[in-house]
Design a binder for this molecule. Structure first.
Ligand code: FAD
Length: 543
């Protein structure tokens, strides 16, 4: 089989045109071509009157060797890579040791699944509830302004991305094709097959709930175990005979302890109390950069028309997204983040008395507004110096200020772009209705966000308007605050996956600073499952 990249055809091409295009591109006779499999399909909408579909295809020929030889210098033609997943090892029968996985987000879920598939019978500790009960609690904040600090958008089975747009792409380097394993596991758990070939797949929030349940059933059937409402409060660390710090287990909020010499730490970016516990236990970590800002909403129709012109509404294109970056005069980058086409802005705090925004959508992406975070990069040395958890303090200050500005009942502060750019508080909103539940309070966002953030966003919005006409329209609406863009700390690990100073602890996923998004968190979970297996089996580190 050979892989053919970058085959471009018009958006409205007839199905049989694909076969003909392959024959033409490879210069082979009809009888030579046995099969075409679409590995990836994306689009190029830079010319909105001539949008192209871009295919990556796996082509089966009667004899591929001469064609591969003929195209040896062509970077777009080559052998199809072997993406089959191979386990690094298998647990010995009767091995009584059980690794712990803290967190049942995408990272912990994939770590737990792969460990279970290798026969290691992991115990997964999750502070929140199983996904259905958690869904009710999450809606409790959105509908009744009732927050459950242990069961919400951030905490509970499925992790932070459960109530999301379910975007499943990432720009990480993935030479071992672990991303493919994540997507294949998601499809086995009920995700639509198209996620395997679309260049920007997404699954929306409801399917994620079902998938998470399917994956739990498989882990349990393989001998793994889930313990919900089990918050890890302490890390039991001893000095081993060779003088190294070695993890021996964890303590839970109910006072019980669980022993294990292998602990995957997949706690996400919002487990602030757990970061403190880790620091107290002497686990090495560093402050790291992240970004803060607001969520912006526009009519999705405006974004569709701007990006797709006359092809807006085409089913193959779906609801249009965007990705915007502006390098500001203050040496600050402002960029769009976690864009949710046809979705809603959601209340995403995990702590009482604080307001945090994020975005989600359903599979159809049919809601009237497009939303995205517009955020400014901040860094420890410049913006929150002093101590490792100063970034958490910075986030909390903004989230508290947003809570107060919103009215003190989990409504979010909001402002129209027109008022924001003119530097006056909003007293009412325009035609773009904010989707945030439990509601918004028109106000002045500049009153509580650091002036450099406000200045950077004021500079960026007109620049974004030049790329997406209408982006800075006066009635576009911004809600705040967006503070949980990534982890404020990095819990460093070595080449063997283990904490730099605590053997047996495998920091993983977004909370440890090794992932950003569902797919990359899943990939990191697989990598750490492999690292645990290597350690337990006494195998050498991965090269
Ligand atoms: P998390 O998903 O945060 O999971 C960590 C888990 O650990 C949680 O379930 C938590 O309860 C548990 N935990 C924490 N502390 C403890 C403890 N002490 N004891 C026991 N358990 C603990 N990404 C995308 O790629 N696409 C999207 O469309 C997208 N949309 C998003 C929408 C929203 C509303 C949010 C909040 C996030 C979104 N993200 C999206 C980001 C994505 O969800 C995260 O990058 C991803 O979930 C990180 O995975 P993780 O497993 O590392 O951490």
């Amino acid at each position: 089989m050979l892989r053919l990249h970058e085959l471009k055809l018009p958006l409205d091409h007839a199905p049989e045109a694909l076969r003909q295009a392959v024959l033409d591109r490879l210069g082979v006779a009809e009888a030579e071509l046995l099969d075409i499999h679409v590995f990836r399909r994306g689009y190029d909408a830079r010319k909105k009157h001539a949008i192209l579909l871009i295919y990556t295809l796996d082509v089966t020929l009667r004899d591929a060797a001469p064609v591969l030889a003929r195209f040896a210098r062509d970077p777009h033609v080559g052998p199809t890579p072997d993406t089959k997943y191979r386990f690094v090892g298998r647990a010995a029968p009767g091995d009584a040791r059980r690794p712990l996985v803290i967190g049942a987000g995408p990272c912990g879920l994939l770590a737990g699944l792969v460990l279970a598939q290798m026969g290691f019978r992991p115990i997964i500790l999750e502070r929140g509830k199983e996904v259905r009960a958690r869904t009710k609690d999450t809606w409790g904040l959105w509908r009744r302004s009732e927050l459950n600090p242990e069961s919400n958008v951030q905490f509970g089975e499925g992790g932070a991305g459960t109530f999301s747009d379910g975007k499943l792409y990432s720009q990480i380097k993935d030479p071992q094709h672990h991303g493919r394993k994540v997507l294949e596991e998601f499809v086995r758990a009920g995700a639509p097959e198209e996620i395997l070939f679309l260049s920007k797949p997404h699954i929306g929030t409801f399917r994620l709930v079902q998938m998470v349940e399917h994956m739990r059933a498989e882990i349990e059937q393989l001998g793994g175990e889930y313990r919900f409402s089990s918050r890890v409060t302490d890390f039991l660390v001893e000095t081993a005979a060779d003088g190294a710090r070695q993890i021996r287990g964890v303590a839970l909020a109910d006072g019980s302890t669980i022993e294990s010499d292998h602990v995957v730490l997949a706690i996400g970016h919002s487990a602030r109390d757990t970061f403190e516990a880790l620091l107290q236990s002497g686990v090495y970590m560093e402050a790291k950069p992240f970004s803060v800002g607001f969520r912006i909403e526009h009519p999705q129709r405006m974004v569709n028309e701007c990006r797709f012109g006359p092809s807006a509404g085409n089913k193959l294109l779906g609801a249009a997204d965007y990705k915007l970056v502006h390098h500001g005069s203050d040496n600050r980058s402002v960029y769009s983040f976690c864009m949710c086409p046809g979705g809603t802005v959601v209340a995403a705090t995990s702590e009482p008395g604080r307001v945090v925004t994020n975005g989600m959508s359903q599979y159809q992406r049919a809601e009237r507004n497009a939303n995205a975070a517009i955020v400014v990069g901040i860094e420890p040395e410049r913006d929150y110096p002093g101590h490792v958890l100063a970034g958490v303090d910075f986030q909390r200050r903004l989230e508290e200020a947003a809570f107060v500005a919103g009215g003190g009942d989990y409504r979010a502060p909001a402002q129209t772009v027109g008022d924001f750019l003119a530097g006056r508080p909003s007293t009412s909103l325009g035609a773009v209705e904010p989707s945030y539940k439990p509601g918004v309070t028109p106000t002045d966002l500049a009153a509580f966000m650091p002036p450099f953030v406000i200045a950077a966003i004021r500079e960026a919005l007109p620049a974004f308007d030049r790329q997406i006409k209408g982006f800075a329209r006066p009635d576009a609406v911004m809600t705040g605050v967006e503070t949980r863009t990534s982890s404020p700390v990095r819990i460093r690990r070595g080449a063997d996956g283990q904490s730099l100073n605590t053997r047996g602890l495998f920091p993983a996923g977004e909370g440890a600073g090794y992932a950003g998004g569902i797919l990359s968190a899943g990939v990191d979970g697989i990598k750490m499952a492999e690292a645990v297996a290597r350690s337990m089996l006494g195998l050498p580190e991965a090269v």
